[in-house]
Design a protein around this ligand. Structure first.
Ligand code: NAD
Length: 374
């Protein structure tokens, strides 16, 4: 069994750092690494070689590996390079891209989508979305603090007392909770909105205020995720968010609904009532953003308020992000590689089946199948 590690094109992370490769080598698995794959995450080719990997060209990796691993989705061009029987593992974003899933079926690829690992207790150690959201929530707050025109913590100095910054966090999933924790460590006063009432206690235990809006559709059958809300709820929530946002110095937007556009929670009019010098960081920018003015991968200033649209903060912390990602991948691959280093695809295992987007020209993951009506 050979695992191939591919270099990311527009990302600083690498799917596995040398320490993870070492574990695979100890499991009798060969690892072939594309030249310079770890460069931007500060992992040199020599370090991969030192733990037993082979360094090769991109073409050689595609020719020799049984499982090709990367972080970002394989493009159509990359899928064309695959040989029959080869497997891929990456974030594949299948819920938002039916045509892509159909392409994987047509090409008969065995594709594992790390972003559809079931969210069960046993699968927690394989959950790349949680890992990357942790990085993003942390980095979003540091970026906001760096951009903000005032201090985060309260200061009592001879030059007077400075009030702490007010932080509003939209969405208290993994990224939101990390953003709360980081804001609190910096001394911010934090208010939080989420449609899932289940998060209230977690929010409060981190020292933030949970602003409740009654009437949310909290669908417990959605695997812990949020679902679309009614128009009446949206109107009530919009008013409550407006009232909180105009008093805030920082807004961190993290609200998402899997496979759907991000909910629009922060209107242009609200931003225009915020104090100039304030900052909005929108982590949901790649799916449209929570703020009406967000532009993905851009920073704009609107009437003195800076709006940063960035859904890929994980790439800005490549060492930690790659370490977490690689550990998640290792934990997943241990389910399909046996002790002799041989492939053991057991679709009776709910994690293996749930993570497998396509195999043998069919969609394996029930969640992907029902979501895309396939
Ligand atoms: P996510 O990125 O899909 O969404 C982020 C947050 O936005 C969620 O908390 C969601 O409720 C919230 N949101 C969506 N629409 C909103 C709206 N209109 N207004 C306000 N907030 C809105 O979520 P996530 O961080 O990937 O995880 C969601 C949850 O899944 C976690 O909090 C947890 O309960 C569960 N989870 C379970 C496991 C596990 O058991 N293995 C692992 C990770 C997460």
């Amino acid at each position: 069994m050979t695992i191939g590690i591919l270099k990311e094109i527009h990302d600083h992370r690498v799917v596995m750092l040398p320490e993870i490769v070492k574990t695979f080598v100890n499991m009798h698995v060969s690892v072939i690494v594309e030249q310079g794959a770890g460069e931007k995450a500060f992992a040199k080719d020599e370090e991969y070689k030192a733990v037993g990997a082979t360094i090769a060209t991109r073409e050689e990796v595609y020719t020799q590996a049984d499982i090709l691993a990367k972080i970002t989705p394989f493009t159509s061009e990359e899928l064309r390079l695959l040989k029959p029987g080869q497997m891929i593992i990456a974030i594949l974003n299948p819920l938002a891209n039916k045509a892509y899933v159909e392409e994987l079926m047509q090409r008969n690829v065995t594709a594992f989508g790390l972003d559809v690992v079931p969210r069960t207790t046993r699968a927690q150690a394989m959950d790349v979305l949680s890992s990357m959201a942790t990085v993003a929530g942390y980095k979003a707050v540091l970026t906001a603090a760096n951009t903000l025109s005032k201090f985060f913590p309260m200061f009592m100095t001879a030059a007077g007392t400075i009030k702490p910054s007010k932080v509003l966090i939209l969405g208290a999933g993994v990224a939101g909770l990390q953003a709360i924790a980081t804001s609190r460590k910096l001394g911010g006063v934090v208010e939080v909105f989420d449609v899932r009432a289940a998060v209230k206690e977690e929010v409060m235990s981190l020292g933030a205020k949970f602003v409740e809006v009654e009437g949310a559709t909290d669908d417990s059958s959605a695997g812990g995720y949020a679902v679309e809300q009614t128009e009446a709820f949206k109107a009530k929530q919009a008013q409550a968010i407006h009232d909180s946002a105009v008093k805030s110095n920082v807004v961190i937007c993290t609200a998402q609904i899997p496979g759907r556009p991000a909910p629009l929670l922060l209107k242009k009019e609200t931003v225009e009532e915020m104090t100039p010098g304030s900052v909005i960081v929108d982590l949901a920018s790649s799916t449209g953003g929570n703020c009406e003015l967000t532009r993905d991968n851009e920073t704009i200033v609107h009437k003195g308020v800076t709006i940063i649209g960035n859904s890929n903060f994980a790439s800005e912390l490549p060492t930690s992000a790659s370490r977490m990602f690689g550990t998640n991948v290792l934990n997943f691959l241990k389910l399909i590689i046996d002790k002799e280093g041989k492939l053991n695809l057991n679709f009776e295992d709910d994690i293996v089946k749930g993570t497998c987007v396509t195999h043998g020209g069919q969609v394996m993951s029930e969640r992907v199948k029902s979501f895309l009506h396939l």
